[in-house]
Design a protein around this ligand. Structure first.
Ligand SMILES: [Zn+2]
Length: 442
């Protein structure tokens, strides 16, 4: 059996923030200093903006029932002082919002008889931290850990789904989510087939050099569907407003006015069909003016385009539903939600969550019935020739093409490897792939 797919991972490391080197205090007596340097002088260990060597460091996590005050009390502070610290901190730090399981650190110094905390540091997530420093008056400081981005490359040949193929390689499903987002309009992910291939260059976040903090972003991707190539390059079109989009190798925008589906990783269980016959209703024609996307209860439902919510209610066979008006021509409607997230008048952007898949109203299983309205009539969204999103301006196009040139070369040089091929076949395949890519570059 031809089985599974092998990914190629290469690693380039680059640090965003530079390391600061602290000047060491001069030591007067060189003889002593030689001894000190060997025996005592510790390597400076900085974290949260403090030299940890100056303190006894207590690390713990918030437990159920813990409060800020209790933690301080447990660590030898008395109530009048705790009260003052709380009063000094509360306008900058919500001490009532400590979440169970999140880490905190206390920096302690010697007191008269016991160690006393001088500083409380709370980490709501892997990157951000909040320092409550009460060595003097209480000061709250917010900081971020230095994030190192590691670039990764992966390739694969689709066996079942993109999601499964990535999973088999031990890659984050977030990469699959991001790719299905990037290609939401370009490639029909409900119809990707065995043998479709992909390459992706993306970045991962690491903290303190080793703690994985998630996928950062997809820098570029290549998806080959039925032998047809689709490139995607991330590019910032407006550096002041930080507007970022994905474009192909000719600078066309990959995003369209509408997403192809209101849910990710679902399957179409019933298409728009005006002549549908249903056995349950005596085989009479019961037109289906929506497209049903089957997905588990609770799956987020996304607005397929920017627009304003014009209905959000529970009614009859529709169950919980939301309707979004996108412009004078188009509206979309989403039925049978478990729960709605938006109300009439809300402005939603393409890809915003507006509710969750459920089974309210007339439905035999969990799905979202997606209805596409054009000039007041329901039409099949898959038969509409919908416009592309903003293209790259002519003035930016030269910059764009220069920017993607090396990235495209990097993508093109990645090879799809088959783990089942023996070495000889593998090398033959490499040569063939190289031959193909050199042909392509002519
Ligand atoms: Zn339906």
């Amino acid at each position: 059996m031809s089985k599974r797919v092998l990914g190629l991972f290469m690693l380039t490391v680059f640090t965003l923030a530079s390391c600061k080197k602290e000047n060491k205090a001069p030591i007067e007596d060189t003889q002593i200093s030689a001894v000190l340097a060997e025996k005592v002088e510790p390597v400076e260990l900085r974290e949260f903006g403090y030299n940890l060597n100056d303190y006894t460091v207590v690390r713990d996590t918030i437990k159920a029932g813990d409060s800020f005050g209790e933690i301080l009390q447990r660590n030898n502070l008395q109530y009048p002082q705790i009260y003052n610290i709380v009063e000094g901190a509360k306008s900058d730090f919500d001490i009532t919002n400590l979440q169970v399981g999140k880490p905190y650190t206390l920096l302690m110094v010697d007191g008269d008889s016991v160690q006393l905390p001088k500083c409380f540091i709370y980490q709501p997530n892997k990157i951000d931290y909040v320092v409550v420093d009460f060595a003097d008056t209480t000061v709250v400081k917010k900081g971020k850990k230095e994030v190192k981005l590691v670039e990764r490359e992966a390739t694969g040949i689709i066996d079942g789904s993109l999601y499964l193929t990535l999973q088999e390689q031990g890659l984050s499903p977030i990469v699959a989510y991001k790719m299905s987002d990037i290609y939401a309009w370009t490639v029909d992910f409900f119809r990707i087939q065995k043998g479709d291939r992909f390459k992706v260059i993306y970045t991962e976040k690491y903290i303190d050099d080793s703690i994985y903090a998630g996928v950062d972003k997809v820098k570029a991707a290549y998806f080959e569907h039925k032998g047809e190539p689709f490139y995607a390059f991330r590019f910032e079109t407006d550096s002041t407003k930080h507007i970022v989009d994905y474009f192909d190798e000719t600078a066309d925008n990959l995003r369209r006015a509408f997403l192809k589906a209101p849910v990710q990783f679902s399957r179409i269980s019933s298409r728009y069909n005006l002549k549908r016959r249903i056995a349950l209703y005596g085989n009479r024609v019961r037109p289906h003016k929506g497209t049903d996307f089957a997905a588990p209860v609770g799956t987020p439902i996304l607005s397929t385009a920017n627009g304003t919510v014009i209905a959000s209610e529970r009614r009859g066979g529709n169950g919980n539903y939301v309707k979004v008006k996108h412009n004078s021509t188009y509206s979309t409607q989403y039925l049978h939600m478990k729960k709605r997230k938006v109300k009439v008048g809300d402005y939603v952007k393409q890809g915003d969550v507006i509710g969750w898949v459920g089974m309210t109203g007339n439905t035999s299983g969990p799905h979202v019935c997606y209805r596409f309205w054009k000039n007041g009539k329901q039409v099949d969204p898959f038969r509409q020739d919908l416009p592309q999103a903003e293209p790259i301006s002519d003035s930016l196009k030269v910059d764009y093409l220069a920017f993607i040139s090396p990235i495209k070369q990097q993508l093109d040089s990645l090879i799809f490897a088959d783990p089942n091929a023996n070495e000889e076949e593998f090398i033959t395949e490499l040569n063939q792939d190289n031959a193909i890519s050199s042909k392509e570059s002519n």
